[in-house]
Design a protein around this ligand. Structure first.
Ligand SMILES: [Zn+2]
Length: 83
């Protein structure tokens, strides 16, 4: 399968390649880590997501809003610095 290279719209210099990236989705003070493939610019690092990936993010956000999600597993506590 031949990989298609796109010119980055953000910087206009780099080309994008498919990479596995970590995306953080948030709702209120809760966050979910999602490992997903995205087109990433090799110059500025701008990410481009497929429409189905964006829909997937929306589904995960809905899960985050529901109090009794079975798809989301707690993996730790997120802290902020008390000033
Ligand atoms: Zn770029």
């Amino acid at each position: 399968m031949k990989k298609k290279l796109y010119r980055c719209i953000h910087c206009g210099i780099g080309k994008t390649t498919i990479k596995n990236v970590e995306k953080i989705l948030s709702f209120n003070n809760n966050t979910v880590l999602v490992n997903i493939n995205a087109e990433v610019c090799d110059h500025c690092g701008e990410r481009y997501y497929e429409p189905e990936t964006v829909r997937y993010f929306e589904r995960i956000k809905k899960e985050l809003k529901s109090k009794d999600s079975k798809q989301l597993i707690p993996i730790g506590i997120t802290y902020k610095v008390a000033i």
